[in-house]
Design a protein around this ligand. Structure first.
Ligand code: NAP
Ligand code: MG
Length: 400
């Protein structure tokens, strides 16, 4: 069988622990036999990050800017325990945060559905992707306790020296205070990333805030989104047959629950944090959740939403069998290859991505699955297999 030849490489970022093991195996079994894989490889495994003073993470982020498509394995974000375990020179920052800062991106999370795992919400038939703004608001807020009676004011001093001043509250006793901010530039970036993602997925996009109550802050989000949409995306949306829809967050929540899914829900930072946990739990398993970082200038980084599955890895090291689900990691690869195919106008690569995803899901639909899914599975009687047997079953399906 002749292998597909790629036109341009994708940025490959290797990672840690169980997912690193899965990474190597799935390349060997599911990619290399079918594709003459061209990647620009960066080893983001914790040891190598430490050896390079974390330069490798920065280099990988820069490479994504150059090649526009990357795929990343889960990586350890070091804490004190990891510093001791790996004898690290330093408690390095989260690679995801470093890459996000380089790409100025927005993260979109989307569940992968299989028919035997039913969403908790009965009406949901298609995935709901959540786009979370990753800058500012309560995550960068300043706050303190007010000790006693007094007057609280919000003061802004402009660079030319003029000031704005507003009374927040005349405290008659103790209480709390908080001030938060956001920037037009960051909100506009977020809007661009959302509209581009909706176009790339050919899905409607909803955006919700509490603009009825927050008449300056949330209104700014609403207005900037509308302006970005009107000036740059309205035409393209019409051509793609998709819509942009703004509504109050209360209304959005009710509509999401009544919906059948199949759209992107853009949320402010806090709403996205909370709602993505709710939506992903209601769809099933963390192991079936993909994540893609999209930058406003059109760079894409694909990964699984879960971590390095440490508990399984320690068992694997002891020689015990593990049943870790590789689906989200496989879909990170298929997502990256499909995007590479789209950008390079390479149909064979796009079809390969479809085929890989279809084969992976077909194996589960036949009842062969990892333990996490077997616990959630309803209609079929599952046959639980280990990670490597599961990957081999996908390989067999692809070659059939
Ligand atoms: P985790 O790796 O996502 O695993 C948490 C638990 O979820 C696992 O112990 C397992 O539950 C279940 N799980 C997750 N993925 C699974 C899969 N593919 N198949 C089957 N079960 C799965 O989170 P963590 O244990 O909190 O973090 C481990 C390491 O990952 C940490 O060092 C953290 O820094 C890193 N991390 C990295 C990323 C990233 O790179 N994007 C994201 C999150 C965490 P059971 O043990 O009950 O089977
Ligand atoms: Mg959360």
């Amino acid at each position: 069988m002749s292998r597909i030849v790629m036109k341009n490489p994708i940025v490959e970022m290797d990672g840690d622990e169980m997912t690193r093991t899965i990474w190597a195996r799935l390349k060997e079994e599911l990619l290399l036999p079918f594709i003459d894989l061209k990647t620009d490889y960066y080893d983001l495994g914790l040891r190598h990050r430490d050896e390079t003073g974390d330069q490798v993470t920065v280099d990988a982020g820069e490479a994504i800017k150059r090649l526009h498509v990357g795929v990343k394995c889960a990586t350890i974000t070091p804490n004190e325990q990891r510093v001791a375990e790996y004898h690290l020179k330093k408690m390095w920052k989260s690679p995801n945060a470093t890459i996000r800062a380089i790409l100025d991106g927005t993260v979109f999370r989307e569940p992968i559905l299989v028919s035997c795992v039913k969403p908790v919400v009965r009406t949901w038939r298609k995935p709901i992707a959540i786009a979370r703004h990753a800058y500012g608001d309560v995550y960068k807020a300043v706050e303190y306790r007010v000790p006693s009676a007094g007057k609280a004011e919000l003061v802004f001093t402009g660079s030319s020296g003029d000031t704005f001043r507003k009374t927040i509250h005349d405290f008659e006793g103790a209480g709390v205070l908080q001030a938060m901010h956001n920037k037009d530039s960051s909100i506009k970036s977020f809007a661009h990333a959302c509209f581009r993602y909706a176009l790339s997925r050919k899905q409607d996009i909803w955006f919700s805030t509490k603009d009825t109550i927050s008449k300056q802050y949330d209104q700014t989000f609403k207005n900037l989104f509308q302006r970005v949409y009107d000036t740059e995306y309205a035409e393209q949306f019409k051509e793609a047959g998709i819509t942009y829809f703004y509504t109050l967050i209360d209304d959005a929540v009710a509509r999401v629950i009544r919906s059948e899914g199949g759209f992107v829900w853009a949320c402010k930072n806090y709403d996205g944090d909370v709602m993505s946990d709710m939506v992903s739990t209601a769809f099933g398993s963390l192991a079936m959740m993909t994540s893609v970082l999209v930058s406003p200038d059109g760079n894409f980084e694909f990964e699984a939403a879960h971590g390095t599955v440490t508990r399984h890895y320690y068992r694997h090291l002891k020689g015990e069998e593990t049943s870790t689900n590789p689906i989200a990691t496989i879909f990170a690869w298929s997502g990256a290859l499909r995007k590479r195919g789209e950008l390079d106008k390479h149909n064979a690569l796009m079809s390969f991505a479809d085929k890989l995803e279809a084969a992976s899901l077909a194996v589960i639909e036949r009842g062969i699955m990892t333990k996490d899914l077997a616990l959630l599975c309803e209609d079929v009687k599952p046959e639980v297999v280990n990670t490597f047997a599961f990957i081999s079953a996908i390989r067999a399906t692809m070659s059939a």
